[in-house]
Design a protein around this ligand. Structure first.
Ligand code: TRP
Length: 451
């Protein structure tokens, strides 16, 4: 993509952007957050945010990229010198996400290895997952393997090949997810879980839930970190921006919804009505799915295929995360690709190890009940990304003005259907809301007050 070769058609663009967006965020992160934050309540808030905030920000980012033709760091600066810091802040997000993303990627490879060697019954054991992550060398080993594979792909420049493979795998993953979800729903007790997952309870709505949903939205759609700006810089003017954004969102949200459908009802089926299982956090998928597979005919094979597919979804996202960091460093310091790649890999290894050990020997490190991995996740998704999103809104709303974006959207056929909503959300609704939600979360973190 170095020569800014354009995506040849709209479908190509939508698939490429969705390919980077769909990853562990959809399959691993969305279900555990939805389970933890009230099921249907979380789902409803997420959907509302997706069609308002998510839509507005993605339009803004892709349009910024296409308009300027450069990636995040440069795009803001090229339009207003005072906003150079925003590009920097946005690029910091992948630096924090990438290491712990690879830790989870390692867990996925580990589960693949267990399933392929016939360990489906072992993996379904109650303490299997906690025994695994509380270890020292094992989880670190799998983490370094995932990181190493990602680094090799980036250093050898073979992303294109991996992307092709993953494009074939993605539809298979969707089909398999549907099959597992349908099977899971037939289990005893699953219906109660389905109701929990889709029925909102207004009484559960809290600032914390909204912040969690918003962080997830940014994370899952790769917003507020410059990625979509870079993608936009490769998009052709003939492709309709607004409908592309709708399609990417639909794709991303659809897969997240299905993943929740596959995991949350199954949690109910296997916990025998014990609701505390819902707050398992990052381990939820790894604790629940093996039980589903173990109860299935051919569960060993299905589980193996499932973890391979998830591995590819994770790998493509990790490649694009690492690629972003590498290109930022290369642009900034003028280093070679090889040197930068190795440096970023070492940096990620050093940063990821505490996240991995946070469930074992470093488990004494805890802040508001969060482990090291959760803290990294919280800082990037619930603090940094809302800040980047806020300044992006101010930048578009008051510096370059929404019209600049609207003009870019309209280039293709003169239409921008949701222009009115876009204007109001980017200038007023989103920035005010972001400030409220950030203050309230910082205040509650510091124990001042809780909304
Ligand atoms: N959206 C990806 C997912 O759902 C994760 C992600 C966050 C990402 N930021 C990214 C992927 C940047 C690629 C590039 O898993």
């Amino acid at each position: 993509m170095k020569d800014r070769s354009n995506f040849s058609n709209k479908l190509g663009f939508v698939l490429a952007a969705a390919g980077s967006a769909v990853g562990l965020g959809n399959i691993w992160r969305f279900p555990y957050l939805a389970a933890k934050y009230g099921g249907g309540t979380f789902l409803l808030i997420y959907l509302i945010l997706a069609v308002t905030f998510g839509f507005t920000l993605m339009i803004a980012e892709i349009a910024l990229g296409r308009k300027t033709g450069i990636s995040a760091i440069g795009a803001f600066k090229s339009l207003d010198r005072r906003f150079g810091f925003l590009g920097f802040l946005a690029s910091l997000v992948p630096v924090i996400i990438f290491p712990y993303y690879s830790v989870i990627g390692g867990w996925v490879i580990k589960y693949f290895a267990v399933f392929v060697s016939g360990g489906v019954q072992d993996a379904a054991g109650d303490t299997y997952f906690t025994d695994f992550i509380s270890g020292t060398m094992q989880p670190i080993g799998w983490f370094l393997l995932f990181l190493g594979l990602t680094a090799i792909v980036v250093l050898c420049g073979v992303e294109k090949g991996i992307e092709k493979v993953s494009k074939v795998m993605m539809p298979i993953l969707v089909v398999l997810t549907i099959i597992i979800a349908v099977y899971g729903l037939t289990l005893e007790g699953a219906m109660e879980g389905l109701v929990y997952y889709i029925q909102p309870h207004m009484a559960d709505v809290s600032a914390k839930t909204i912040l969690a949903a918003m962080g997830q939205l940014f994370y899952s759609m790769s917003l507020a970190m410059g990625i979509m700006i870079t993608y936009g810089s490769y998009m052709k003017k003939e492709n309709h921006l607004e409908s592309s954004v709708r399609q990417i969102e639909l794709f991303d949200t659809g897969i997240a919804f299905l993943a929740g459908l596959m995991i949350i009802p199954a949690v109910f089926a296997f916990s025998g009505g014990d609701r505390s299982a819902l707050s398992a956090g990052p381990g939820l998928m790894f604790m629940t799915l093996p039980k589903v597979f173990a109860s299935m005919k051919f569960g060993g094979v299905i589980g193996t295929i499932f973890f391979v597919l998830v591995f590819f979804a994770a790998l493509t996202s990790a490649i694009s995360l690492m690629e972003t960091i590498v290109s930022v460093f290369m642009d900034k310091f003028g280093w070679t690709r090889r040197f930068t790649g190795i440096l970023v890999a070492i940096l990620a290894a050093v940063m990821g190890i505490p996240s991995s050990l946070g469930f074992g020997s470093l488990s004494f490190i805890s802040w508001m009940g969060m482990s090291v991995l959760d803290i990294m996740d919280f800082v990037s998704n619930s603090v940094l990304m809302p800040i980047v999103a806020f300044f992006t809104c101010v930048f578009v709303g008051f510096i370059i003005k929404p019209k600049a974006i609207a003009d870019e959207v309209k280039i293709t056929d003169g239409k921008f259907k949701a222009e009115k909503m876009f204007n109001v959300v980017i200038k007023w609704v989103a920035p005010i809301f972001l400030v409220l939600i950030l203050t309230s979360s910082i205040a509650s973190a510091l124990g001042i007050f809780t909304l």
